[in-house]
Write a protein of this length. Structure first.
Length: 328
């Protein structure tokens, strides 16, 4: 017994030593990427803040001479900070959920890597790299579910508070306006906040609400039960080898949704195909999950349903693309 205890202590010491060594070697890269993503999301936040404050004015009313000055407006700067801080907090919570759960199970994993990008949200998200194999089903389930739960429950108050600050408009958006899809959770909260919304009205999201919307979108993307996505970990924990059947069904759904809802699903189908639909096997495949984890599985399914957006950006399905390119 003492010998076993001694070996456990040595394994723990080795794990901690390796962890600290890896942190010291590569923490600088995590910090640089984090700061770069703060900057890229802040720049997007300036645009979002300007659009939100000036949403009721036309280009002629704003004036060309003021178009540069609006980006120095203190209110816009504050909105940009609010957007960047909210979004970075949501992404960080998601990745720390994975990271801290890995630490709990003595599984080696890197600190979060953030990806700055010149996109409409300012980033391609964040990720951690798990460096040692996951052998236990409960560990696989807990690691898979920790990120989406953390991200969703931080996105939810951001969405609620941001919607309370958002504005209703009756103006018809022009053809160049980007119209984002509404997850079910946003529709429910919006009806509670704005009561009776006229059919011809639309909501101009406050930057904090938009950050919450992104957090909800990231949650749904990660919960697809495919490969080594978070949802793939969860599905494999619950269904075992049968999870591959679920993954193939969703791969086909990506193609169908790309045709009828949003062409971005084609990109997702390609990424999933490259990553692989199958999940790596684990040692204790036949060990059943606890009742608590099965209930959490039902909760995560509800979260996926509430978060899923068939068309994150409206007007960009396969037929819309053909119409824009060829006029039919």
């Amino acid at each position: 017994m003492n010998q076993d205890r001694l070996e456990e202590q040595k394994a723990e010491e080795k794990f901690q030593t390796t962890l600290i060594s890896d942190r010291k070697k590569k923490a600088w890269l995590n910090i640089i990427l984090f700061l770069a993503t703060v900057c890229s999301t802040f720049l997007v936040g300036i645009i979002l803040g300007a659009n939100f404050l000036l949403s009721e004015l036309s280009i002629e009313e704003i004036g060309i001479s003021q178009s540069v000055e609006i980006f120095q407006n203190p209110k816009i700067i504050l909105l940009a900070i609010a957007y960047s801080a909210t979004l970075m907090g949501i992404l960080l919570a998601h990745e720390l959920g994975h990271y801290l759960t890995c630490r709990h199970y003595k599984i080696s994993a890197t600190l979060p890597y953030f990806i700055p990008a010149p996109t409409i949200i300012g980033t391609f998200g964040a990720f951690i790299r798990i460096k040692s194999p996951i052998t236990e089903k409960k560990a696989l389930f807990d690691i898979g579910i920790a990120g989406p739960l953390s991200g969703f429950f931080l996105s939810l108050p951001a969405l609620i508070y941001g919607l309370s600050l958002s504005k209703l408009t009756s103006s018809i958006p022009d053809e160049e306006t980007i119209i984002f899809g509404d997850p079910l959770i946003l529709q429910i909260i919006a009806k509670l906040i704005f009561k009776d919304i006229p059919l011809e009205s639309s909501i101009i999201l406050h930057p904090i609400a938009f950050a919450g919307w992104i957090g909800i979108l990231v949650t749904s993307f990660n919960l697809f039960p495919v490969g080594q996505l978070d949802g793939g970990h969860i599905a494999y924990s619950i269904f075992g080898k049968r999870a591959f059947i679920v993954a193939r069904i969703f791969f086909i759904l990506f193609i169908i949704m790309g045709i009828f809802f949003w062409i971005g699903w084609f990109i997702w189908a390609f990424i999933i195909f490259i990553m692989g639909l199958k999940h790596p096997r684990i040692i204790d495949e036949k060990t059943p999950l606890s009742t608590k984890r099965k209930l959490l599985g039902i909760l995560i399914l509800i979260i996926f349903i509430l978060s899923f957006i068939p068309a994150p950006i409206k007007g960009y399905n396969f037929f819309d693309l053909l119409h824009q390119l060829y006029g039919f």
